[in-house]
Design a binder for this molecule. Structure first.
Ligand code: COA
Length: 234
């Protein structure tokens, strides 16, 4: 595609035919300037509206929409048919799976994960634009498949929202909440792997994969890292 002059995009981008960057919104925005960092991979059918900023290593699936006036960090992955509505703030290393809807004025912190079909609301008594504010999803939180998050609530750091839950109130940090309405059922570190593959899926709220990465990085920088290789993750 031809990149419009109001779009500033970093090097090594790969944009499919049929994707659009810098699409002009019908809402008035203070500036059309659109910034996308380096190494962007934008697949066919994706539309990034003018007036948003995204960091390095953006990766979209097909049919993704990122609306205007959103500010998004580095390493953002967003998969097929998901929408980030206008005015959202999204941190670094955020993964949003397929068929998700993130309502206007939602705040999503670093290292969070949204499973397929998560829906985020922002208007307690629709239609009212005065109190429109999405929830805040704090660092490292994970939202299970097909969950619904209601407006204004806070999903605490490293917490987990169960599949299909309707979350009507805040979820404390490092807890598991599920059901409709969602209730806290345990602390995140109490979860067990039903297949017994790992003793603790979460330790201090951190999942197995991020613990593994931490360990590898430590070993890389330690002179004796080979002594404890391969690492044991229990
Ligand atoms: C919430 C969750 C973490 C609970 O895990 P757990 O504590 O190991 O749960 P268990 O399987 O031991 O079930 C404990 C009880 O909670 C209930 N329960 C489990 N998940 C539930 C959910 N999402 N909503 C409502 N109730 C749930 C079970 O039916 C069971 O009830 P019972 O005691 O009356 O029989 C898990 O079921 C879940 O939803 N994980 C998220 C999966 C997901 O979305 N992954 C994304 C993949 S892309």
């Amino acid at each position: 595609m031809k990149i419009p002059e109001w779009v500033k995009i970093g090097k090594n981008y790969d944009i499919d035919e049929g994707a659009i960057v810098g699409y002009k919104p019908s809402r008035n925005v203070p500036s059309l300037e659109t910034i996308i960092g380096e190494n962007a991979r934008i697949r066919s059918g994706a539309v990034i509206y003018a007036g948003s900023r995204v960091g390095d290593n953006l990766e979209t699936g097909h049919g993704v929409v990122i609306r205007e006036e959103s500010v998004i960090g580095d390493n953002f992955s967003i998969w097929n048919n998901s929408t980030v509505d206008y005015g959202c703030k999204i941190g670094n290393n955020v993964k949003i799976h397929c068929n998700c809807y993130i309502a206007q004025f939602t705040t999503i912190e670093d290292d969070t994960f949204f499973a397929p079909g998560v829906v985020v609301a922002n208007d307690p008594h629709p239609v009212c634009t005065k109190c429109m504010k999405g929830p805040t999803i704090k660092k490292g939180a994970r939202i299970g498949i097909n969950a619904t998050l209601l407006p204004h609530i806070v999903i605490g750091e490293y917490s987990l929202v169960g599949a299909g839950s309707v979350v009507t109130k805040g979820v404390p940090p490092k807890t598991v909440a599920c059901g409709n309405p969602a209730k806290v059922v345990k602390s995140i570190d109490e979860l067990k792997c039903p297949l017994g593959l790992v003793d603790n899926p979460y330790k201090n709220g951190r999942d197995f994969l991020s613990r593994e990465l931490d360990l590898k990085n430590q070993q890389y920088f330690s002179p004796n890292w080979m002594d404890s290789f391969p690492p044991k993750f229990t």
